[in-house]
Design a protein. Structure first.
Length: 446
């Protein structure tokens, strides 16, 4: 087999000349294997004449063996010549000769291959880094959340209007009234002041006559309160009496040493000033990831303007069409519309990939393992699964990265972290402080 290469600017055409001697022995061996397992009327298994097998299967076996030669030969040529390929090789639209599989014995196959352009990365001298800072209002808001989180419920004797009340609901004006023991209502969800006034001032054992439909409006919530099906219109729309048996009032935690110890551990915070400073510092630490994300978006835009890469767009469009030809959800019109974004992302992959390679920023197995454990920790915390042992976290994370999609997502996140860390050290940062509201507004301007 003879392979030649012709340069076409941003692509090359690789032509493979295949002669009969390249494939004849392979075809003969494959036909012999077919013969071993083949049976036909009048012939025992494995004794069908070779001439008949060649007549029925010869062409298909030859095509299969030649396709294997093409695949192996092309891959070997790319590897041996260290061609940096974009996308995948495509049959040449202009160079490929017509083939007659019934009569031809020698074949010529031509493939167009897009090559990665030479990349010399130029970093910007300076880039803005938006540091998110917590102002007094933000700290007050965070303290409010903590006071609510570490608040408590206490039994009281009289309703003021925002309590949780428990008691007995009894249907009115019914021959066999429906009764719900242990009914519970959140008065904070009562729809109007007029309805809430029916409850205000009530004490233990007082009886209130009201209509749940008027008080709450939401059939789902009423059905839950009554313990009936939402479709039971007769009970949902009825008037009820409510005999008060228990009143629970939620009280936010005070800003004191008890709260400091609950939030940050016993003795870690000595006074309110330290408490506020710690909340501010923790908030700003949590926001670094947001700032890093914005920094990466901005430096990407800057570097794509200064590191212009000319790519073989006609070839890449054809490659996208070919790759998605069996996907009904991807149309040629869609590819055309989204192509500018595809090119931009591909250019950044090449530029960032060059930075990663030149500066040895690759994600190791240990990096991936540690990132998976941390990702697992955060995911489980959302479901209230805190304080898991290191062994439990590691076992959960192993299950997580068995999913190739999840593993790839974690890998990409870790790769971005390494890239961001490098760029923040290699480029002079113009640090600009922003409140979270000001920072979020930066995205609205896009």
């Amino acid at each position: 087999m003879n392979i030649t290469q012709e340069n076409k600017g941003q692509t090359v055409v690789v032509t493979m000349q295949i002669t009969q001697s390249d494939y004849s022995e392979k075809v003969e061996n494959s036909l012999k294997e077919y013969r071993k397992g083949m049976s036909m009327p009048g012939f025992r298994k494995g004794a069908v004449p070779m001439g008949m097998i060649k007549k029925t299967h010869g062409k298909y076996v030859m095509v299969d063996e030649i396709n294997k030669l093409i695949s192996e030969g092309l891959n070997s040529y790319i590897a041996e010549n260290k061609l940096q390929v974009l996308g995948e090789p495509l049959p040449s639209e202009s160079e490929q000769e017509k083939i007659n599989w019934d009569t031809d014995t020698e074949f010529s196959f031509s493939f167009e291959i897009a090559l990665t352009p030479e990349i010399e990365v130029t970093l910007p001298k300076k880039e803005t880094f938006y540091k998110i800072v917590a102002n007094d209002a933000m700290v007050d808001e965070q303290i409010g959340h903590l006071c609510a989180r570490f608040g408590s419920q206490e039994k009281v004797d009289c309703i003021e209007g925002s309590e949780i009340v428990k008691g007995v609901l009894t249907q009115q004006n019914a021959d066999e009234p429906y009764v719900k023991e242990g009914a519970m209502m959140l008065l904070s969800k009562v729809a109007t002041e007029a309805e809430l006034d029916l409850f205000k001032g009530a004490k233990i054992d007082d009886v209130i006559i009201f209509n749940p439909k008027n008080a709450f409006g939401n059939d789902t919530e009423i059905a839950s309160m009554l313990g009936v099906e939402k479709a039971d219109a007769e009970l949902i729309n009825a008037d009820y009496s409510f005999e008060v048996k228990e009143i629970l009032r939620f009280t936010k935690s005070e800003v004191n040493q008890e709260l400091f110890d609950k939030v940050f551990g016993e003795g870690a915070i000595a006074n309110e000033a330290e408490f506020r400073a710690k909340i501010k510092a923790d908030f700003e630490t949590r926001m670094v990831g947001n700032s890093d994300y914005k920094f990466l978006l901005d430096i990407k835009e800057t570097m794509l303007k200064t590191n212009k890469l000319e790519l073989p767009e006609a070839f890449l469009k054809r490659w996208l069409l070919e790759t998605n030809k069996d996907n009904d959800k991807v149309t040629p019109e869609q590819i055309e519309t989204e192509f500018p974004l595809f090119i931009k992302d591909l250019q950044w992959q090449l530029v960032s990939g060059k930075i990663v390679k030149d500066n040895n920023l690759q994600v190791t197995e240990e990096d991936l393992k540690a990132a998976a454990i941390e990702y697992t920790r955060m995911q489980l915390a959302q479901y209230g699964m805190m304080n898991l042992s290191d062994e439990e976290l590691e076992n959960w994370s192993k299950q997580l990265i068995k999913d190739k999609k999840q593993a790839q997502q974690i890998f990409e996140m870790e790769q971005d972290k390494k890239l961001i860390s490098y760029l923040k050290g290699a480029v002079k940062l113009n640090e600009v402080e922003k409140s979270i509201e000001e920072f979020n507004a930066l995205f609205d301007k896009k």
